[in-house]
Design a protein around this ligand. Structure first.
Ligand code: SAH
Ligand code: SF4
Length: 438
């Protein structure tokens, strides 16, 4: 049936993309792209010129100032503010739970308007502060070592819900400029903004000894980097992730550089070129295994897009070069993918495809019911050494926030206990769905 694929057809997105409807009928401003905001203001009755001007002012208040109340938008006429308040809202996801790890990592469980929940994690470091953002509630894929994959409920997050995670983190970190303080409009490509290395180096700053310790940026912000590595597969929610990251990168608003944003995919090959062309952020790929058998087992999307197809797509990723390497994530699972031969095969593959690559070795983070064990530290060190000796950077990641289940692969919202047999049945169902849809 796969042979019948229509050229140009991309993966079926098994979950709806529509915005979550608000009960009060108001339109949420956070998450609208600039053209959408202008159109929405025009639809609310502003003439074309006013809509454009007010959109810029609203954008400033929302994304540079963090203002949520239209009455605080003091350069907008009172009657226009009344129109705005009648039709629009500047909201935040509700915080259902907030936790802080002993290592300073923070995790928020967010509840959206329809009651669905997703998690978002902030990881402070010596040299950067990284926000790990979710793209979906749950995940349609079933990587065997990942807690998120066990969630029953799946829906895409809207662009507003994705940007909302960034807004909420800035609220919680107290990072909006105080009243009377002029906000710094950041140039996304300014040298000072890119000096602290790859966004994916979020745990111990192995290669940035010259970066300032605190505060990270000229305007003292702690949230410097974003990784799309929370719950879900971002390339199965392409349009909303693209819109959200466009807003986050807008230089007149949040202004994060594309060099400080990393999108992680489990290997949705047909969407990778578009991600590079249309979003342009750093790419991380969840490789995790170097043989078909093992990757089929632990990252089941491999049955659809195999290792060779995936690495060829990496080689063609727009924007990848030696200055902007692709990060390969590799979870260390005892006796599963951690042998010397695995390490050597990893090196061979990276060389074969001439990939500008670095490898992040992630010690497996356990979760209730998980059926793998983390490789021993000596094994991980040896694996790292083999890859490193071949001239490829292969740092071992320090797990962050394990005590509050905030580490890679430990995110899960609506808690639900399911057996392995049930998980296998669901995985088979999902795979059948892919084949049918193709
Ligand atoms: N869905 C995307 C992004 C989210 S997962 C993806 O799979 O790439 C972020 C990273 O954490 C991925 O590399 C994922 O494979 C890894 N991961 C998942 N479960 C893990 C676990 N239990 N321990 C360590 N890393 C895990
Ligand atoms: Fe989904 Fe990524 Fe977890 Fe796999 S590792 S189940 S793609 S969130």
């Amino acid at each position: 049936m796969l042979a019948m694929q229509i050229p140009g057809l991309i993966d079926p997105v098994p979950v709806p993309r529509a915005s979550t409807a608000r009960a009060d009928g108001k339109i949420a401003i956070v998450g609208l792209t600039r053209p959408e905001l202008i159109a929405a203001l025009a639809a609310a009755g502003l003439d074309a010129k006013a809509a454009k001007m007010r959109a810029s002012q609203v954008w400033h208040w929302v994304y540079l100032r963090g203002v949520t109340d239209f009455d605080a938008m003091t350069n907008i006429a009172r009657d226009t503010r009344a129109i705005l308040a009648e039709h629009f809202v500047v909201g935040r996801p509700e915080i259902a739970q907030a936790q802080v790890s002993s290592d300073g990592t923070r995790k928020w469980l967010l509840r959206f308007d329809d009651g669905n929940e997703a998690e978002c994690v902030f990881i402070p470091d010596a040299y950067r502060g990284t926000l790990c953002v979710s793209a979906q509630v749950g995940c349609t894929l079933n990587c065997r070592f990942c807690f998120t994959g066990t969630m029953k409920l799946v829906r895409n997050l809207t662009a507003g819900e994705i940007v909302g995670q960034v807004m909420l983190a800035r609220d919680a970190l107290g990072e909006w400029p105080a009243v009377g303080v002029k906000p710094v409009v950041r140039s996304p490509d300014a040298a000072g903004d890119t000096a602290a290395g790859d966004a994916a180096d979020f745990d111990d700053g192995d290669d940035d000894d010259d970066a300032p310790r605190r505060n990270y940026t000229a305007d003292g912000r702690l949230l410097t980097n974003i990784v799309m590595m929370g719950m879900g597969e971002p390339l199965y929610n392409f349009d909303n992730v693209k819109a959200a990251l466009g807003i986050v990168m807008d230089a007149t608003g949040l202004g994060l550089s594309k060099r400080r944003i990393t999108l992680s995919t489990s290997g949705v090959v047909p969407m990778m070129a578009r991600a590079g062309d249309e979003i342009g952020v750093n790419l991380a790929v969840s490789l995790h295994a170097v043989t078909k058998d093992v990757r089929d087992e632990i990252v089941p999307i491999n049955k659809r897009y195999g290792i060779d197809e995936l690495l060829a797509a990496c080689a063609a990723y727009p924007g990848a070069n030696n200055a902007r390497r692709i990060t390969f994530e590799y979870v260390m699972l005892k006796d599963k993918n951690d042998s010397d031969d695995d390490a050597r095969e990893l090196v061979r593959l990276i060389r074969h495809y001439r990939l500008p690559a670095k490898v992040n070795l992630i010690p497996f983070n356990p979760w209730p019911g998980s059926d793998y064990v983390c490789s021993d530290p000596e094994r991980i060190a040896r694996f790292s050494e083999i890859v490193f000796r071949a001239g490829i950077s292969a740092p071992v990641r320090r797990p962050r926030g394990r005590d509050i289940m905030a580490a890679c692969g430990q995110l899960k919202s609506a808690s639900e206990k399911v057996s392995r047999a049930e998980l296998d049945r669901r995985a088979a169902e999902k795979e059948a769905g892919w084949v049918d849809a193709a």
